[in-house]
Design a protein around this ligand. Sequence first.
Ligand code: CU
Length: 197
Amino acid sequence: MMSPRLFAPLASLLVLSLQAEEPKGPPPGHDHAAHGSAQDNAAPPKPANFITWEAEKTVHLTIVAAYNGANYGMNFNGFAKGGATYTIPEGWTVKVTFRNASPVPHSAIVVEEGMVKKLQVGDPYFEGASTPNPLVGTTNKEESFTFTAAEAGDFVIACGFPTHAINGHWIKFIIDATAKAPSLQFGEDAPFLPKAP
Ligand SMILES: [Cu+2]
């Protein structure tokens, strides 16, 4: 027989576990958008959320892997296969915040455009221009890296996880010798230029 003294805590545990199994939908009127969950990303991405001009000659990029379901999640900020283009003036410092909220590993690495035809994209073209371990990638994590856009040319930000780039997990990254300001173009839209500091 169970003594009443033991039973009371057990009963409250039972109530807790029953509560845990209730569906966890947001309460009515709850502002879902404020929390940045995957569900919010059904809304079209806005370029202003992914590029800011941080300081003189320093740009900050936010790169979200698996932002939505586009290309089976193998996208950055909702774009794959070169569908979005960052343009950075040559010589600028590029600070990147990379986020992967998906259970599938992803990473980010700056390489020459031709590398996306390979099963593995190799090393970053510029020193420091990748998440810490691009071949392995990470899940449910935010990582950051900083590098100098030291040489003009047509590059890409690709996912370094094997086979992802060749399956379209890359966007364009142009380093422009004549550009005066950084920009981000989504699809066929006009390039978005963030405000100068
Ligand atoms: Cu990937």
